[in-house]
Design a protein around this ligand. Structure first.
Ligand SMILES: C[S@@+](CC[C@H](N)C(=O)[O-])C[C@H]1O[C@@H](n2cnc3c(N)ncnc32)[C@H](O)[C@@H]1O
Length: 471
C-alpha cells in the first residue's frame, strides 16, 4: 500500500462521471487503442499520478485497502495494463554526460558505416515524391517553424514567421527597396507570417520590398503560392534547385534558409584522401568536398578514418555569398552541432543529415562572411519555460481517443495547456495524464535546443580565396 501508482505517460484517461469513461493508449497495429472503463475505476485512476500512495488514494476515494489494491492490480497487469507501481524509494536518475557523448560518437560512426550516397534520390524525392504539403509537415517532417506556425506564448504571442521578421527589424537589417530570398519555404507559412508582420508593423518598409521564394518541390511551391496569395503583387515563386541557384550575382539583400540545408546532399570521405599524394583513387563525387577541405583548411583532427561532410550545405554557402549584395545578410537555421560530424536523421520516407556547424563556420569565414552562430532559442528569444504537449500525448489523442469520440484530429502544433484547452473545449477538463514538457526540461516536442542560427554578413569585397576557387 506504500507504492505509488502512476499511469504510463502514453495513456490518457477520459473521465466523464455523467457518461462513459475511457482509457486511451497509443494505437495498436495502426488502430485506436481504447478501453471503456467504469466510472469507479476512472475515479481511482484520476489519482494515479505517481505522487500518492495506494493508502492515500484509498482514503480519498473512501474505499478499503483491499479494493484499492485490487484496482491497482487490475490496471497494472495485462490485458488492461496502464499503470506502473512506483517504489517508495526514489531511484536517482542516471544521467552521466559521458554516456551521452559516447552515444553521440557511436551514432556518428553508425551513420557513416551505413551511409549510402542518396544525393540523386534526395533531389528526386523533392521533385516528385512530395504529394501533399500539409501532410508532409504534419506527419513526415514536422519542422519547428511548422509547430510554431500559430500565435504562440513562447514567441511573445506571434507565430514563428512573424517572430523572424520582428527579429530582423530589431537587428535593423530590413529596409526599403530590399529584395528578400527564402530558399525552401515548405508550406509558405513562414513567408505569409513574415510579410503580415511587416505589413502591420513596418508599413513603409513593407511597401518597398520584394520577396522571392525558391523551391524544388512543385507541390510545395503551389502551397507557397496559396499561403502568400495576399501578397502576390510583391512576391515571386521560382521552381528550382538551390544548388544551381538560378539568379544573378548580388541579387538579394536578405536570404533566409529555414531548416532546409539538412536536405542537401552529404558525402562520405576517407581521411587518407585528404593527405592524398596521388596514391589513392578518389571517387569523382568526393573531389569537390576534398577541394573545400583543402581550400578552407577544414580541421579534421577529430574525424574518424571515414566521416561524413555536408557538401551540399557548403556549396550553398558559396552560392549565397555570390547572390548577396554587399552589406547583405543570410539567416540559415538548421538542426546540428558546432562540433559533431553529420548524423543521419531518418524520417518516414527520406534521410537527412544534421549539420556540422563548425565546418560550415570555417567555410563561411573563408569565403568572406562575418559569421555568428547562436542557438535558435537565443536568436528568436523563445521562452524555454513554456510547457508543450508531448508527442506521446498528441499521438494517443489523435490516433485513439479523438477518432473514438468522432472529433477531428489536432494539427501538429506546439500546444500549451491553454491552446489545447482552446482547441478541445470542455473535453480538455475531462482528460487526465496529458504530458507537457518545456524545452528547458529537455527533449520536448520541437526542442529548439539542437537548432542553430547562422547569421552571415557580407561586408568585404570579394576575398581572394573565392576568386582562386572560381579560377
Ligand atoms: C524540411 S523542409 C523546411 C520547410 C520550411 N522552411 C520550414 O521550416 O517548415 C525543406 C524545404 O526545402 C526544400 N528543398 C529541399 N531541397 C531543396 C533544394 N535543393 N532547392 C530548393 N529547395 C529545396 C524542400 O522542398 C522544403 O520546402
Amino acid at each position: 500500500m506504500n507504492r505509488r501508482p502512476a499511469l504510463f505517460p502514453c495513456m490518457i484517461l477520459c473521465y466523464c462521471p455523467q457518461e462513459k469513461s475511457f482509457l486511451a493508449g497509443p494505437p495498436i497495429e495502426n488502430g485506436p487503442n481504447i478501453m471503456e472503463i467504469t466510472n469507479e475505476d476512472a475515479l481511482f485512476l484520476t489519482f494515479c499520478r505517481g505522487d500518492l500512495s495506494l493508502a492515500e488514494i484509498a482514503a480519498i476515494i473512501q474505499k478499503d485497502g483491499g479494493e484499492t489494491k485490487a484496482m491497482a492490480e487490475k490496471f497494472s497487469t495485462e490485458p488492461q495494463r496502464a499503470l506502473q507501481l512506483l517504489d517508495d524509494v526514489e531511484r536517482p536518475a542516471k544521467s552521466d554526460p559521458r554516456i551521452e557523448i559516447a552515444k553521440q560518437v557511436l551514432y556518428e560512426r553508425d551513420s557513416t558505416s551505413k551511409f549510402i550516397d542518396n544525393s540523386d534520390q534526395l533531389h528526386q524525392y523533392h521533385v516528385d515524391k512530395i504529394s501533399d504539403a500539409i501532410e508532409q509537415f504534419e506527419s513526415r517532417e514536422t519542422t519547428i517553424s511548422h509547430l510554431y506556425s500559430q500565435t504562440h506564448p513562447a514567441l511573445g504571442g506571434i507565430p514563428y514567421g512573424a517572430r523572424m521578421a520582428n527579429k530582423l527589424c530589431e537587428m535593423g537589417v530590413i529596409n526599403k527597396g530590399q529584395s528578400i530570398l527564402e530558399i525552401g519555404g515548405g508550406t509558405g507559412y513562414l513567408a505569409r507570417d513574415f510579410l503580415q508582420y511587416l505589413k502591420q508593423n513596418q508599413p513603409q518598409v513593407f511597401k518597398h520590398i520584394s520577396y522571392v521564394m525558391l523551391e524544388l518541390s512543385p507541390v510545395l511551391l503551389e502551397s507557397q503560392i496559396d499561403s502568400t496569395r495576399l501578397y502576390s503583387s510583391m512576391i515571386s515563386h521560382v521552381l528550382g534547385d538551390a544548388i544551381a541557384m538560378p539568379f544573378s550575382l548580388g541579387s538579394f539583400s536578405i536570404i533566409i534558409a529555414n531548416e532546409m540545408i539538412a536536405d542537401l546532399p552529404s558525402i562520405c570521405i576517407k581521411k587518407v584522401w585528404t593527405d592524398d599524394k596521388g596514391i589513392h583513387e578518389v571517387p569523382e563525387e568526393a573531389v569537390s568536398a576534398l577541394r573545400f577541405i583543402a581550400d578552407f583548411d577544414i580541421p579534421l583532427d577529430d574525424a574518424f578514418p571515414e566521416f561524413l561532410v555536408n557538401l551540399g550545405a557548403w556549396q550553398l554557402l558559396e552560392h549565397i555569398y555570390h547572390l548577396l549584395a554587399k552589406g547583405g545578410i543570410a539567416i540559415i537555421i538548421e538542426y546540428g552541432s558546432p562540433w559533431r560530424y553529420p548524423i543521419a536523421v531518418s524520417l518516414k520516407d527520406h534521410t537527412e543529415y544534421a549539420i556540422h556547424f563548425g565546418h560550415l563556420e570555417k567555410i563561411a569565414k573563408g569565403v568572406g562572411f562575418e559569421a555568428r552562430l547562436e542557438g535558435l532559442a537565443d536568436f528568436l528569444s523563445i521562452d524555454l519555460d513554456v510547457p508543450i504537449l508531448e508527442r506521446v500525448s498528441l499521438t494517443t489523442l489523435n490516433q485513439s481517443l479523438l477518432p473514438h469520440l468522432d472529433i477531428n484530429p489536432l494539427p501538429m502544433l506546439a500546444f500549451t495547456p491553454e491552446t489545447l484547452e482552446e482547441s478541445l473545449g470542455d473535453l480538455y477538463h475531462r482528460l487526465y495524464n496529458l504530458q507537457f514538457r518545456s524545452p528547458k526540461q529537455g527533449g520536448c516536442l520541437g526542442d529548439p535546443s539542437e537548432f542553430y542560427v547562422f547569421t552571415l554578413s557580407k561586408r568585404e569585397a570579394y576575398p581572394s580565396r573565392i576568386e582562386e576557387r572560381a579560377n
